[in-house]
Ligand binder design. Structure first.
Ligand code: SF4
Length: 291
C-alpha cells in the first residue's frame, strides 16, 4: 500500500485499512486547519487505487473496515467512488464497513439518489466537520458553506440512509462569541440529528490564518474552564435522539462520553461540578493536549 504525506483518519477508524483515494483537501481554506496545509489536492487515478487494493488484499487478511482518505474523498465523482467500493467488496470478502470524510459542499454536489447509490454499494459512514452553527463564524473560518447548507448536507446524508458522524469545535468562537457559538451549534445539530457527535477543543496551530489572528490579538482563545462552560452551554439546548456523544479526543481538557439524550443530565452535572470546584487538576494538562 502506498501512502503520500501525513494521513489523517477519525479516531473510530483506528482499526481500519486506510486507502488514500484523494490527496489533501479540495477546500483547504479553513482558517484553523493545518492538516493538509502543504499538500496540493489531487485525485489518484483509478488504476493506482486498484493496484493498492489488490496489493492489500494479498498482504492483509480479514479486513472488515476500510476508510477512504484523504480530507474529503467524497468530492470524487460518484461513478469512480462506486467502482472503488465494488472493487473493495470483491477484494475483501469479510468487509463490513467503509467510511469517508465529506465536506458539506461534497454532499450538496451529489443528488440524493447518488448518495443512496453509494450507500447501496457499501458506503456506510460519512464524517463531516460542522465546526460551528453560527453563520458569522462559518464565514469567518472560511468553511465554504452557510449554516443552511451545512444543515441541508447533513440531513441529505441521513435521508440517504448513511450513518452520519459530525465534529464541532469547542472554543472556535473565541471569548467574544462563546455564547453564540454554543447556542447556534446546538440548534444546528438539532436540525441535522447526527448519529455520532464528536467535540474537539480548539488548538491553534502554527502557520494557520487563525494563529496569525491570535498573534495580532484579534482572537482570544478561551481558557480551560471557559471551554468547559461553553460545552455546558452547547449541551443544554441539545435535543438529539440516540446520538453517541464523544468528547474524549486528545485536544479535550475533560474527557466526556455518553449517549444523548439519556446521558445529558449526567454530562451537565460532571461539567458543572468541575466548573464549580475550579479545580484544574481534573483537566488534561496543556502539554498533553494534541490533535
Ligand atoms: S474542509 Fe476539513 S480538511 Fe479541508 S480545510 Fe476545512 S477542516 Fe481542513
Amino acid at each position: 500500500m502506498r501512502y503520500e504525506g501525513a494521513v489523517y483518519r477519525p479516531p473510530s477508524e483506528a482499526g481500519s485499512l486506510i486507502l488514500q483515494v484523494t490527496l489533501g483537501c479540495s477546500h483547504n481554506r479553513c482558517t484553523f486547519c493545518v492538516s493538509y496545509i502543504d499538500k496540493k489536492f489531487r485525485e489518484r487515478n483509478i488504476e493506482e487505487i486498484f493496484e493498492d487494493i489488490e496489493y492489500s488484499s494479498s498482504h492483509v487478511k480479514g479486513v472488515q473496515r476500510v476508510f477512504l482518505a484523504d480530507g474529503n474523498a467524497m468530492v470524487m465523482d460518484t461513478a469512480k467512488l462506486q467502482a472503488i467500493l465494488d472493487k473493495l467488496y470483491e477484494a475483501f470478502p469479510r468487509l463490513e464497513r467503509v467510511g469517508i470524510y465529506a465536506t458539506p459542499q461534497d454532499l450538496l454536489h451529489k443528488e440524493k439518489e447518488e448518495l443512496v447509490q453509494l450507500r447501496e454499494a457499501g458506503l456506510n459512514i460519512v464524517y463531516m466537520g460542522v465546526e460551528t452553527g453560527n453563520e458569522e463564524l462559518l464565514a469567518w473560518i472560511r468553511k465554504g458553506a452557510t449554516r443552511a447548507e451545512v444543515s441541508e448536507a447533513g440531513r441529505r446524508a441521513r435521508e440517504a440512509g448513511l450513518v452520519l458522524s459530525v465534529t464541532v469545535i469547542n472554543g472556535l468562537g473565541g471569548l467574544e462569541k462563546m455564547v453564540e457559538h454554543a447556542y447556534d451549534t446546538a440548534t444546528l445539530l438539532n436540525e441535522i440529528g447526527p448519529d455520532y457527535l464528536g467535540l474537539l477543543t480548539l488548538m491553534v496551530c502554527q502557520g494557520t490564518p487563525l494563529a496569525r489572528q491570535v498573534e495580532k490579538n484579534l482572537f482570544q482563545v478561551p481558557g480551560p474552564m471557559e471551554m468547559l462552560r461553553e460545552i455546558e452551554m452547547m449541551i443544554e439546548p441539545l435535543e438529539l435522539s440516540n446520538c453517541v456523544f464523544r468528547c474524549n479526543h486528545a485536544s479535550n481538557y475533560l474527557p466526556l462520553k455518553g449517549t444523548l439524550p439519556q446521558d445529558k443530565q449526567k454530562l451537565l452535572e460532571t461539567l458543572r461540578s468541575v466548573h464549580r470546584s475550579g479545580d484544574t487538576r481534573a483537566l488534561r494538562p496543556e502539554f498533553l493536549r494534541g490533535l
